[in-house]
Design a protein around this ligand. Structure first.
Ligand code: A3P
Length: 321
């Protein structure tokens, strides 16, 4: 079903680190233009078992290209689906309430098994994944559980990805090298455009909720209400106001159950690097257009081209900036 090409040099190799090493281009034999960049460890341990994973109709999935607001949306969806259970959410890490399916397949030295954890969770299972549509379990498309997809403009996404690589993956290369890997669609989970477009094409199916980071930023109340309706819940305006406050940037940044310090510690310690909670905040800037301060004019122009991918027009897709 798949072809595999090791990426031993070039942009992928330039940004690969001890944390996520040995990148491979996984492409569909039937359509080689459909591909994704993942570590060899994922290919060896996860690819097949994820494709064949049993799916239940009461599963709740969140799928995104990395850095598009996954964590924020996970908290929103978990809270809504659990009838605003602030007590549990204040005691249990979001990563335990809403685990990351292929996490142990991308972090080289992890000995935990996040696939097995997700698979055996009590129902309803809450599952986060960054995999593109064609690598997700086949049964998702027949059993049709609820799937929430989140997109974000590529400029803010790649800036956020750069900080993620630097502080979580211990990348000490340049921003330019990372942007080159992103633009040539040769970095972890790339290509982003295909990732987003594949879900955009199916956004009208009743089990899909397609969200934009920018819409959540500009009108969280409205996007929360869309999610409430999608999950067949009903809350008062007062309850929604309280949830929006709980989901605000300031609140999430200070919330130790959401802000991922624990995960960053695990990643750093997997390669023997000491974790310093003051060195980096995963909930970093949370802005729309923050890229303007962090990209050069040339990088901005190159990303303009990327964001105006011709195929998007055909499908009526436009990134929000
Ligand atoms: P920045 O790095 O641009 O600040 P993911 O969870 O997919 O990795 O996405 C991380 C991005 O979501 C980060 O973007 C982070 O700051 C942002 N984010 C997390 N919680 C947020 C919130 N409550 N409001 C706005 N942005 C948030």
């Amino acid at each position: 079903m798949f072809n595999f090409e090791k990426l031993d040099d070039g942009p992928a190799k330039n940004i690969s680190t001890e944390v996520t090493a040995d990148m491979v281009k996984i492409s569909l034999k039937s359509d080689p233009s459909k591909y994704c960049i993942m570590p060899q460890k994922f290919v060896d341990q996860d690819l097949e078992r994820i494709k064949n994973m049993e799916i239940f109709e009461d599963d709740i999935w969140i799928v995104t290209y990395p850095k598009c607001g996954t964590t924020w949306t996970q908290e929103m969806i978990w809270m809504i689906h659990n009838n605003l259970d602030y007590e549990t959410s204040s005691k249990v890490q979001l990563a335990d309430r809403f685990p990351f399916l292929e996490w142990s397949g991308i972090i080289k030295n992890f000995t935990i098994d996040t696939f097995e954890d997700c698979k055996t969770r009590p129902r309803p299972r809450y599952i986060k994944s960054h995999l593109p549509l064609f690598l997700l379990p086949d049964q998702l498309w027949t059993v049709k559980p609820k799937i929430i997809y989140v997109a974000r403009n590529p400029k803010d996404t790649v800036v956020s990805w750069f900080h993620h690589h630097t502080h979580l993956h211990c990348y000490n290369g340049t921003k330019e090298d990372l942007i080159e890997a992103f633009l040539t669609d040769l970095m972890l989970y790339s290509p982003m455009n295909d990732h987003v477009l594949d879900f955009w094409k199916i956004r009208d199916q009743p089990n899909i909720l397609f969200l934009f980071f920018e819409d959540m930023k500009r009108n969280l109340d409205q996007e929360v209400k869309r999610a409430v309706k999608f999950l067949d819940k009903n809350f008062s305006q007062e309850e929604i106001d309280k949830l929006c406050k709980h989901l605000s940037f300031e609140s999430v940044k200070d919330n130790k159950m959401i802000n991922k310090n624990e995960e960053i510690r695990m990643i750093k310690e997997s390669i023997g690097v000491k974790f310093d909670p003051n060195a980096f905040s995963f909930v970093r800037k949370g802005q729309v257009g923050g890229y303007k301060k962090e990209l050069t004019a040339k990088e901005n122009e190159m990303l303009d081209e990327y964001s105006k991918w011709p195929t998007f027009e055909e499908f009526g897709f436009e990134y929000r900036f």
